[in-house]
Design a binder for this molecule. Structure first.
Ligand code: FAD
Length: 306
């Protein structure tokens, strides 16, 4: 068995594996796709000490750093079930089982998509999911935020300080965000909120987003907005479906963790976007991966005491 098995090969998983390997313990990493969400990211300008980079470039660096250590890397394999016996057992979809004395789960999350024509085509070309990451790219321009929940209204308030104006499109007839956020957004002169608006298409010129089309659900009419950017804020879904019967998750599916990354099962730690960590960012996921790995190491040295 491994001493520490990491499930997930994004920034959290890579950091956990490196920290474990540096303790000289038997370390493995199993991931569906090395790099995780970073692989889908175009420009990264908030990875501190690196002024600007690109997702695939950062992933190449992550992989090179992990491969510098004795870490068993298993990719293109998906974990399907976690079981706690004497060891922690991870069943893979392929039918194989990996065994380890401790585990760090870092399976990340995925942004919920609108699933309308043009969204995929213009991803990274005006369609964005992360205001902290991509807000400054739209300085002085018009943008829309899709979704009137907490993340949508927070994004609108955040973006309003950078861009020319923000149009929030909410599908329902009320905003689901906290009252204090709604009041703040309503007080800002360059935020406009449209309710009962169903986005039907992302418009572009073949190179970049030029706007969007939505249906006013009350009047049944179709409208177009001219925009440089569209921030989709309709939810972040943790990749934890495979754990729902075995580990304590919040009602949003996030793994509940403590200060050391510990979960509801002894020896099972978690880190990054799949957990209750309040902010979902590369640098935060890496720190969390290091924390969970050190948490697991602490657990192992106590567990093996005579
Ligand atoms: P992830 O990166 O999601 O990695 C999860 C890993 O787990 C992957 O290897 C995946 O294949 C694997 N996995 C999932 N399920 C399973 C399973 N069942 N079995 C095995 N493996 C599994 N953050 C920034 O700081 N700056 C930015 O500029 C930025 N831009 C972004 C742009 C986009 C388009 C997106 C989508 C995100 C962006 N983020 C950015 C957020 C950042 O990418 C995430 O916060 C970060 O990648 C989270 O790291 P993670 O390791 O927790 O999870």
């Amino acid at each position: 068995p491994y001493d520490l098995l990491v499930v997930g090969g994004g920034p959290a998983g890579a950091a956990a594996a490196i920290y474990a390997a540096r303790k000289g313990i038997r370390t493995g990493i199993v991931a569906e796709r090395f790099g995780g969400q970073v692989m889908d990211t175009v420009g990264i300008e908030n990875f501190i000490s690196v002024k600007a980079t690109e997702g695939p470039k950062l992933v190449a660096g992550l992989e090179e750093h992990v491969r510098d250590y004795e870490v068993d890397i298993v990719t293109e394999q998906k974990a399907a079930k976690l079981r706690r016996s004497e060891l922690v057992e991870i069943d893979l979809e392929s039918g194989a089982t990996l065994r380890s004395r401790s585990v760090v789960i870092a399976t990340g999350a995925r942004w919920r998509e609108m699933n309308v024509p043009g969204e995929r085509e213009y991803r990274g070309k005006g369609v964005a999911y992360c205001p902290h990451c991509d807000g400054p790219l739209f300085k002085g321009k018009s943008v829309a935020v899709i979704g009137g929940g907490n993340s949508g209204i927070e994004a609108a308030i955040d973006l309003a300080g950078i861009v020319k104006d923000v149009t929030v499109l909410e599908f329902g007839d009320t905003l689901r965000a906290d009252e204090v956020l709604v009041r703040k957004a309503q007080s800002m002169p360059n935020i406009r909120i449209i309710k009962q608006a169903a986005t039907t298409e992302v418009n572009g010129d073949g190179q970049r987003v030029t706007g969007l089309t939505y249906t006013d659900r009350a009047a049944g009419e179709s409208h177009r907005l001219e925009l440089a950017g569209i921030f989709v804020q309709i939810g972040l879904v943790p990749n934890s479906e495979w754990l729902k019967d075995d580990l304590a998750l919040t009602r949003f599916g996030e793994i509940e963790i403590g200060a050391r990354g510990e979960t509801s099962i002894p020896g099972v730690f978690a880190a990054g976007d799949v957990t209750t960590v309040p902010f979902k960012q590369i640098i935060i996921a890496m720190g969390a991966g290091a924390t969970a790995s050190l948490g697991a190491f602490d657990y192992l040295i106590r567990e093996s005491a005579p």
